[in-house]
Write a protein that binds this ligand. Structure first.
Ligand SMILES: *Cc1c(COP(=O)(O)O)cnc(C)c1O
Length: 412
């Protein structure tokens, strides 16, 4: 397809997109800047600006400490209940608190303590490094042995000694989507517990925690959920496990009566025991705006558009970029894939820098040679995807990337 026809086709797809109107819910300062990193930091919803302003000026400024009783104290549970709808959980099984890393530690340690007598932890090499570091730290503290296996070997690694299996539902690098249903069943058949990290799947595809009988999960809110930089994360504990597990961090918000000021820790009933300290109200409010948008758009519709858009990218890769030496480092079938596409190229790091500096395209670079293109279906248009692929082609055709350094530094 020539360039003109391609862009015309993309425009047509956008004109019949049932989610098209949602793009206007977001701040898009420069329409010519192509943003394909919404799976690292989601865009700013316009309604979050209004909400933050009200929160700071009216609630904090005017209501002061009275704000806690009026709205603030319920935010972790209220937003948790909304996220529950996106991940197939019940409203009393999800809390928004702390960071993904801290929640991961809390639930991993709780599961290991509960699974006493079993000595092994299993994860795969596609997992996010922070999760693997946390597991290394857990293993050091508890004496468990950590196995980091290849994704294809997970089944063989599970056995009567497995205490915990933990995986990223969608891999941050390749976008590979694990089968939550199959792996949960396999692990539970061995008597193991499973902790899922949903950071790269929540808000991008429907998740069925309850239907898969998942034990535990954590996830991030500043990626597809558009909660803002460093926004508090969420955790899920299946209801029947809540009373059996103990939070390893005993803070007053996880105590049965925080404002009783007793000097003895009594874990709160239910999901509440997985809280630690005072909720970050400003950040929580922004998370609620992002989650509301997801619920309004509908997770099934978001997934349908995401699948169409990642397929569109793969088709354009085949036509435009494969001949230039790019490889597809993501699963070819959408049923095995989340909402991003990784393209490999020997000069990926230089190309990435050139795209950002000169071509007004912001993808993400992932070591060692991946250019990651994140599709956030709530705000990404087909036109933007077509234009991005044309600009990547131009970057390579012109050789403009060659002047950029080959070694990474800082946040990417
Ligand atoms: C983004 C991400 C995190 C982020 O953890 P933080 O504690 O917010 O830094 C954790 N795990 C996975 C799989 C992620 O993709």
């Amino acid at each position: 397809m020539n360039q003109e026809l391609l862009l015309e086709f993309a425009h047509f797809k956008d004109s019949v997109d049932p989610l098209g109107a949602f793009r206007d819910e977001f701040v898009i300062e420069d329409p010519d800047l192509i943003y394909l990193d919404g799976n690292s930091l989601g865009r700013l919803p316009k309604r979050s600006i209004k909400r933050m302003r009200d929160l700071v000026e009216v609630q904090w400024g005017g209501r002061l400490v009275r704000g806690w009783g009026e709205d603030w104290i319920d935010l972790p549970n209220r937003i948790g209940a909304k996220i529950a709808k996106l991940i197939g959980a019940s409203s009393d099984e999800v809390l928004v608190c702390d960071s993904t890393s801290v929640n991961f530690f809390k639930l991993a340690m709780a599961a290991l303590e509960f699974q006493k007598g079993r000595s092994e932890i299993v994860t795969d090499s596609a997992n996010f490094p922070s999760d693997v570091y946390l597991l290394q730290g857990c293993a050091k503290q508890t004496g468990h042995t950590l196995h980091v296996c290849e994704p294809e070997q997970i089944g063989e690694k599970l056995g009567p000694n497995t205490a915990l299996l933990t995986l990223s539902h969608v891999s941050f690098k390749s976008g590979h989507l694990h089968s939550m249903r199959d792996l949960t069943a396999k692990a539970q058949a061995c008597g193991a517990r499973v902790l899922w990290d949903l950071s790269h799947s929540v808000g991008a595809l429907p998740i069925e925690l309850n239907a898969c009988h998942a034990d535990l999960a954590v996830g991030c809110t500043y990626k597809y959920l558009n909660g803002g930089p460093g926004a508090p994360a969420f955790l899920y504990v299946r209801r029947d496990l809540q009373e059996k597990l103990l939070n390893p961090i005993w803070g007053w918000f996880g105590q049965t009566n925080p404002f009783g000021f007793s000097l003895d820790y009594q874990p709160a009933a239910g999901i509440q025991r997985f809280m630690v300290g005072t909720p970050p109200v400003l950040s929580l409010a922004a998370v609620e705006c992002g989650v509301d948008l997801m619920l309004e758009a509908g997770i099934e519709q978001l997934r349908a558009k995401s699948v169409e858009q990642t397929e569109f990218l793969i088709e354009l890769w085949r036509q435009l970029l494969q001949p230039l030496g790019f490889s597809l480092n993501s699963p070819a079938s959408s049923s095995d894939r989340g909402s991003h596409i990784s393209l490999g190229h020997p000069n990926a790091f230089q190309i990435d820098q050139c795209l950002i500096e000169e071509m007004k395209v912001i993808p993400d670079f992932r070591h060692p040679d991946n250019i990651r293109l994140g599709v956030t279906p709530i705000s990404t248009t087909f036109f933007v995807l077509a234009e991005a692929m044309l600009r990547i082609k131009k970057t390579v055709d012109s050789g403009a990337y060659k002047k950029y350094p080959t070694v990474a530094k800082g946040v990417t």
